[in-house]
Every structure is written in structure tokens, then in C-alpha cells.
Design a protein around this ligand. Sequence first.
Ligand code: SF4
Length: 56
Amino acid sequence: MAVKVDQEKCIGCGMCENLCPEGFEMKEGTAQVKNETADCVEEAISSCPAGAITKE
Ligand code: SF4
């Protein structure tokens, strides 16, 4: 399982970092995956307004 943030889709709202600081961090205006095994990652995926976070 790999969690990814599509840098083209991410609108930089910061919601994933707010919901899941263990899993995501903001860098230069977009979100980066910090720890894809954090428990809160799923919640961030379903809450991202841009649908930019995927898990495959
Ligand atoms: S919630 Fe989605 S759009 Fe917002 S910063 Fe995170 S990845 Fe980007």
C-alpha cells in the first residue's frame, strides 16, 4: 500500500495535516506524505476536498 498526494490536484488547504499531522505535512504549498501507516491517513483521504490523496 502506497499513499500518495497528487501534487497537481492538491489545493494546499492543509486539511490533511490538520486531521492527520502524523501522516502529512505541508511543504511549499502542497501536502507531502510523512507516514503512510498512520491510523489517521484514511480519514484524511476521505476528507480531502480535492480528492488528491490516493492509496494504491
Ligand atoms: S487535504 Fe487534500 S487538497 Fe488539502 S492539503 Fe491535503 S492533499 Fe492537499
